[in-house]
Design a protein around this ligand. Structure first.
Ligand code: HSE
Length: 447
């Protein structure tokens, strides 16, 4: 097992840190370490200095001072710098980030990362390597921006059996849905603003298609249930199919549409799913708006808890990066086997509980369809649902738009198995009086 450098003779010797990536979060982290330097030093026991950083464009103007930082293009030189004890990985992406992270670990350095894709896809391998080398990897900033959700679930809830967890864990998609509801703004226009504000991923399809949320849910599920990271098993659906009409109709019915990540113990395993969801408007989660994130955890014996805060942006994410840095510094002298396990459960105690398929997941449903405006159509639709054993909670039929042949019909169903709803929707779509495909959005009460 590789030895890790520990504190020097003088307890106030700064801890030297290398930084990969000086973009939004990198700049925020340097600024935060400077602005709250005294507080951070008092908490960590030593000052923390970024001394060496890699940036794709080292000469570009920065949002932070780089006066005391050796700045360069070559990320590997930062990882190989023998003077640093910790590497902060903020370059994003997967392949290069993985290679640099493993190299930093092999060099005996601790790593702090905000890279959810890296952890969700390669965390099992990275943690194993870090265990071998006796270093630690912090990833608080990878999930829900500044909310200390990893800390809360991994340490604060350690005495609980977690039953389910549901969260708004992508700020960009929540910002888009909120602006659609309150300002009636178009999807693309709000997404462009989220990009300008630095909330969105480099590839914003990761936000709107739910991939970013699926990365985060993968991590949350592992620390909640003690299962290995299994990103490939997350059911993922984006918000692209949600229209301003759906947002308005849901509101008429007393619901808000939120893009949720949910993991729950089901009869045949743990279901991992990310999809737009109607939530009753009285639910606290339904009122988490804008770029804010929130995660609700149902645990035994604690019951429900809710963790709320800024889920994206430079300084909220920097807050989580610095929290990990301080934890690493505080643990310099701790034997590796005494550290908090990465996935909350000891590595040899991870469970092989299966991930449940979607077919057996049960939720209520919001259905919207374009129906020919003639007698008997609604009866045909409700008849098909009834034959499938699906009961209906509410129906709205809207006025046809001027000149339109069809009318929007909106139905809310009671809870039904996903497979049964799939079959019923196929039959409804086959009706001559129904034009195009149905919009289906799952409904959860989170009780
Ligand atoms: N693009 C992410 C979001 C950034 O919008 O939540 C934080 O992970």
């Amino acid at each position: 097992m590789g030895m890790v450098k520990t504190t020097g003779e003088n307890p106030l010797d700064p801890v030297k840190v290398g930084l990969l990536g000086l973009g939004t979060v990198g700049g925020g982290t340097v600024n935060l370490l400077e602005r709250n330097r005294d507080e951070i030093t008092r908490r960590a026991g030593r000052p923390i200095d970024v001394v060496h950083a890699a940036a794709r464009h080292p000469d570009r103007p920065r949002t932070c001072s780089t006066e005391n930082i050796q700045l360069e293009f070559d990320a590997q030189a930062v990882v190989d710098d023998p003077d640093t004890e910790i590497i902060i990985e903020l370059i994003g992406g997967v392949d290069l980030a993985k290679a640099l992270t493993l190299r930093a670990i092999d060099n005996g350095k601790h790593v702090v990362t905000a890279n959810k894709a890296l952890i969700a896809l390669h965390g099992n391998e990275i943690f194993a390597r870090a265990r071998e080398r006796g270093v630690t990897v912090g990833f608080e900033a990878a999930v829900a921006g500044g909310i200390p959700i990893i800390k809360a679930v991994r340490e604060g809830l350690v005495g609980n059996r977690i039953e389910w967890l549901a969260g708004i864990i992508n700020g960009t998609s929540n910002f888009i849905l909120t602006e659609m509801l309150y300002a009636g703004r178009a999807f693309g226009d709000v997404l462009a603003e989220a990009q300008r504000l630095g909330y969105a991923e480099a590839d914003p399809t990761f936000d709107v298609e739910g991939i970013d949320a699926a990365h985060k849910l993968t991590i949350l599920a592992s620390i909640a249930f003690g299962i290995p990271l299994q990103f490939d098993k997350v059911f993922t659906e984006g918000i692209g199919q949600i229209s301003t009409d759906d947002v308005a109709y849901a509101s008429e019915l007393g619901f808000r549409i939120k893009h949720l990540g949910i993991c729950r113990r089901e009869a045949d395993g743990i279901a991992l799913r990310v999809h737009p969801t109607l939530l009753p408007e009285r639910q606290l989660l339904a009122n988490v708006d804008g770029v804010m994130n929130a995660v609700m955890v149902q645990a035994d014996p604690l019951g429900p808890t809710l963790y709320y805060g800024a889920g994206a942006g430079a300084e909220p994410t920097a807050s989580a990066v610095v929290a990990d840095l301080v934890d690493v510094v505080r643990e310099f002298t701790l034997e590796p086997e005494n550290r908090v396990p990465y996935l909350a459960f000891q590595a040899h105690s991870l469970s092989n509980e299966p991930v449940a398929g979607m077919d057996s997941v049960e939720t209520a449903y919001y259905l919207r369809m374009d129906a020919q405006d003639e007698p008997g159509v609604l009866a045909e639709v409700t008849g098909l649902l009834s034959n499938a054993g699906i009961s209906i909670e509410a129906v709205i039929q809207k006025q046809p738009a001027p000149g339109a042949e069809t009318v929007p019909v909106i139905l809310l169903t009671h809870r039904v198995r996903e497979a049964d709803m799939d079959a019923a929707c196929t039959r409804i779509e086959a009706l001559d009086a129904i034009h195009g495909s149905l919009t289906r959005i799952r409904v959860e009460s989170l009780t």
